[in-house]
Design a protein around this ligand. Structure first.
Ligand SMILES: Cc1cc2nc3c(=O)[nH]c(=O)nc-3n(C[C@H](O)[C@H](O)[C@H](O)COP(=O)(O)OP(=O)(O)OC[C@H]3O[C@@H](n4cnc5c(N)ncnc54)[C@H](O)[C@@H]3O)c2cc1C
Length: 505
């Protein structure tokens, strides 16, 4: 079985690694002449980092990145919210929110892909795509007609795969325009704090960025005049940002030294009606786009790809029926829908010129945001660590005393033999039990459905989760499949239902 992936951005590369790791034949093509050197995303959330670690693609990103220390939100008059992001993330066990450009993240994924034996076909655009009952066709700009069993569009917002599969991409083209620059600047602002200022004229965002030990690289972004529709020059962007910083913020000592990248972008929000039609699937920006506030887009695409990879591999190997692929949209589309809604609301709240919104921002936000439980909620949502598939076809809403229920992310349990759960999964399923013999016995049972090398038995260091009488089956993406005190046949029946029917309810 073969898979063609269109697009070698973060989503396509994560999917390609996940498939190659499982021995699926992959071709990945990209219209661009080569990798991009400029960056759109700058935030690798703990969940994104966890996925990259699981597929062996995290590499040296933690050393290259800058951990966001504080977040500070201001009106033009005063600070309304300031909290220690790093402390909250660490206390929750998430790890850091890494500020690192999309370009090195993609480079790290490409290194892993090459290590697995993969080759990216650059300067190769898909110009047409179609399918029949047994496979898919794409026409490449090279003139080649490529046949494969499955086609996945990781080809961004204007996805040709999505259009060829006749999938609607509904939403609104919001009118806000932002001008932004990644620039070396002189400023006394703390290079560890992300700041946002909300002013009657508009907002300014200032993100510190890593740059080989330097402390002066920042991403500055501000909403720009709506009457200007043509692309601004680099000089215009810098002049506009300099003025916006002076008028809208308290960063009064800022001046530019040099610029890495200056551009403009529009905020749009759209969500695909479905993620699959027959043998064509979509993932990442091809399936959902929204405001960059909160740094969710790339991380959501990486999560889509991990979810799809293990399912498509099971279908390709003949172990699962096509019905399993429908669980991909059932689990991932609600995550994107929530992200579109939350980032849309946050963008409207920050940009609204309405006096009521101003009162809400200064009064209610400062009152609520000082509370620790509100900060914890923001951290759990932004980090994506609370993403759960409980409500999906492989989840369950059965309440248990403590710990995860099927569909939830399993915490990164420390293991008896050293290491932690998410670090050793390596694309496999895990059976976790408090004694090694039990873990092995249940794992053996799961292997009859999933394959010999596909299940690893593990014992945790403490028997808090699972309890001493329990066994957990953990999916390759770190979510809980089964938690049971009953015999191994329970695992077998769950796996049979998942593989044959794509639902375990
Ligand atoms: C200003 C800005 C800031 C952002 N900040 C963040 C952030 O901090 N955190 C975050 O998580 N997200 C952020 N995002 C969003 C993030 O950049 C995207 O969500 C991410 O790039 C999506 O990855 P992707 O692989 O799905 O698509 P893309 O990165 O768009 O990749 C698609 C690939 O498909 C290729 N392609 C397209 N059409 C074809 C074709 N016909 N044939 C062959 N190849 C084709 C393209 O060349 C491209 O390489 C930001 C976005 C913007 C604009």
């Amino acid at each position: 079985m073969s898979v063609t992936i269109v697009g070698a951005g973060p989503t396509g590369l994560t999917l390609a690694c996940g498939l190659l790791m499982r021995g699926v034949e992959v071709r990945i093509v990209d219209a661009a002449p080569g990798p991009t050197t400029t960056s759109r995303a700058i935030g690798l959330q703990p969940r994104g980092a966890e996925v990259l670690r699981r597929i062996g693609a995290l590499g040296t990103l933690p050393e290259e990145a800058l951990a966001m220390q504080r977040m500070c939100i201001n009106t033009d008059r005063r600070e309304v919210l300031s909290f220690d992001v790093d402390e909250i993330f660490h206390q929750a066990g998430y790890g850091p929110l890494m500020l690192v450009s999309q370009a090195p993240i993609e480079a790290s994924l490409r290194r892993r892909f090459a290590q697995l034996g993969g080759v990216i076909e650059w300067a190769t655009a898909v110009v047409a795509a179609s399918q029949d009952s047994t496979g898919t066709w794409v026409e490449l700009s090279s003139g080649e007609r490529l046949r494969s069993d499955w086609l996945v569009g990781c080809d961004g917002a204007h996805s040709i795969v999505r259009r060829s599969a006749d999938i609607e991409f509904r939403g609104t083209a919001r009118v806000e325009r932002f001008w932004m620059a990644d620039a070396y600047v002189n400023t006394s602002a703390d290079h560890g704090t992300y700041s946002m200022w909300m002013h009657n004229e508009g907002v300014v965002h200032a993100f510190p960025l890593p740059s080989a030990g330097r402390q002066d690289l920042w991403r500055l972004a501000a909403d720009a005049p709506l009457d200007r529709t043509s692309e601004p020059s680099e000089q215009e962007v810098l002049e506009f940002l300099g003025g916006a910083v002076t008028r809208r913020t308290q960063m009064t000592d800022l001046s530019f030294k040099s610029v890495q990248w200056a551009t403009s972008f529009r905020i749009r929000q759209r969500l695909a009606d479905r993620y699959r039609r027959g043998r064509m699937l979509i993932a990442g920006d091809a399936a959902h786009i929204h405001s960059p506030i909160g740094g969710q887009g790339m991380n959501t695409g990486i999560g889509d790809a991990e979810n799809l990879a293990w399912k498509l591999a099971l279908v390709s190997s003949g172990r699962a029926s096509e019905a399993l692929l429908d669980t991909y949209a059932a689990e991932r589309r609600p995550v994107a829908r929530a992200s579109v809604a939350a980032t849309g609301a946050a963008t409207r709240a920050t940009l609204s010129r309405n006096p009521l919104a101003d009162w809400l921002r200064t009064g209610v936000l400062s009152l609520l945001a000082g509370r620790r439980f509100v900060q914890d909620r923001i951290a759990s949502s932004v980090s994506q660590m609370s993403v759960s598939y409980r409500r999906g076809p492989l989840g369950s809403r059965r309440v248990v005393d403590r710990g995860p229920i099927p569909g939830d992310r399993v915490p990164n349990l420390r293991l008896g033999g050293g290491g932690a759960l998410h670090d050793v999964l390596d694309g496999r399923w895990a059976v976790v039990a408090t004694d090694a013999d039990t873990a092995e016995r249940y794992a053996d049972r799961a292997r009859t459905r999933l394959g010999q090398g596909a299940v690893v038995p593990l014992t945790p260091m403490e028997n808090r989760i699972p309890a001493s009488s329990e066994v957990m089956l953990v999916r390759p993406d770190g979510h809980l499949a089964v938690r049971t005190s009953r015999p191994p046949e329970v695992l077998d029946r769950w796996l049979q239902r998942m593989l044959e029917n794509g639902t375990t309810r």
